[in-house]
Structure formats: structure tokens, C-alpha cells
Design a protein around this ligand. Structure first.
Ligand SMILES: [Zn+2]
Length: 97
């Protein structure tokens, strides 16, 4: 798995944990809102012009639209906490924390 594939995988994990916890969506599914956030984030990731990609908080471009930025922050906060509680630090994504 290359870096970008790995980032995509982690992004999906984060959003699905959030969706399951907050929107009571069955495992391996996303509600339409969360699906939108995922698609948006994947697109931003693919189009990131910086190589190697810096942590988003250290990036000067801030390519996310404010509404999505706020949502993805909530997702990261919620799922980050969830993963820490379960000892899954290997999955912790530092980009948005
Ligand atoms: Zn959802």
C-alpha cells in the first residue's frame, strides 16, 4: 500500500467510525452525508499538489471548504478519541488533529 492508499484507507475508517457512532449506520455503510464528506476528502487528497503531503494543519493551502473543514474536524475528533480508547493508535491519523 503506498502512502496515498494508506491515507485513503484511514480516512474511510475514521468516517465510518463516526457515522456508525453518530448516525447509527450499520457497519460498512455510510449515510449520505458522511458519504459526501468521504468523497470530498478523497478528492482533496488526490489533488493535493504537495509531495510529500504535509500534515494539513501545517499546510498553507487549506484546500477544504470551511463547511467540510468543520465536519472533517468533528469526524477526526470523535474517531480519534474512539481509537485511543480502543488502543488502535496505529490508525491514528495526525493530519487533522
Ligand atoms: Zn453519517
Amino acid at each position: 500500500m503506498d502512502k496515498q492508499e494508506n491515507d485513503k484507507y484511514i480516512l474511510e475508517q475514521f468516517i465510518s467510525i463516526y457515522c456508525r457512532g453518530n448516525h447509527k449506520t450499520p457497519k460498512a455503510k455510510l449515510c449520505s452525508d458522511c458519504q459526501k464528506i468521504l468523497e470530498y476528502s478523497l478528492k482533496r487528497l488526490e489533488r493535493c499538489p504537495q509531495d510529500p503531503k504535509p500534515s494539513c494543519k501545517n499546510c498553507e493551502i487549506h484546500c477544504y471548504k470551511p463547511e467540510y473543514r468543520e465536519k472533517i474536524r468533528q469526524v477526526m475528533r470523535y474517531s480519534g478519541k474512539h481509537l485511543i480508547l480502543r488502543g488502535r493508535l496505529d490508525l491514528l491519523w495526525h493530519y487533522f488533529t
